[in-house]
Design a protein around this ligand. Structure first.
Ligand code: 5GP
Length: 131
């Protein structure tokens, strides 16, 4: 059975898409730690990130790098933090989180609240900032 993230990448479940190519998909986390929290996934369905094959994993970070640079252009921050947990969704993904302090990447803190319009506008801005 397809994972929820596969369904998102396939457009079967809506998401605030930031970017995609034939192998990867990036979209806003629906329950963001901070504004600009993006998830990057391989379209290939693998649960655990360290079971992803070498080339797909390496290229995934290069894809994520382009997204991170775009987030930086849109969301004021010191840098983009990277986290991998995978405790909730069994489809490999990288969290990209704009950081102004260490606390911004604490998964125990209350999440940021954005309206649907704010999510849409943010996804559009990040998407347009990709070089
Ligand atoms: P993890 O698996 O890394 O522990 O956490 C999964 C992350 O995916 C969480 O930050 C959660 O907010 C996000 N997430 C879970 N389901 C959805 C969804 O349906 N859409 C989006 N955009 N994000 C999701």
């Amino acid at each position: 059975m397809a994972t929820i993230f596969s369904k998102i990448a396939a457009g079967e479940i809506p998401s605030y898409k930031v970017a995609e190519d034939n192998r990867y998909f990036a979209f806003l986390d629906i329950n963001p730690l901070v504004k600009g929290h993006v998830l990057v996934i391989p379209k290939q369905e693998v649960d655990y990130i360290f079971d992803v094959d070498d080339k797909t994993l390496a290229d995934m970070m290069v894809f994520a790098k382009r997204i991170a640079k775009a987030i930086e252009r849109v969301v004021p921050c010191k840098r983009i933090g990277v986290a991998v947990l995978g405790l909730e969704v069994p489809h490999a993904h990288i969290h990209l989180v704009p950081l102004n302090s260490e606390a911004d990447i604490s998964f125990q803190k209350p999440r940021a609240k954005l309206s649907p319009d704010e999510f849409s506008e943010l996804a559009k801005q990040i998407s347009e900032a990709i070089v």
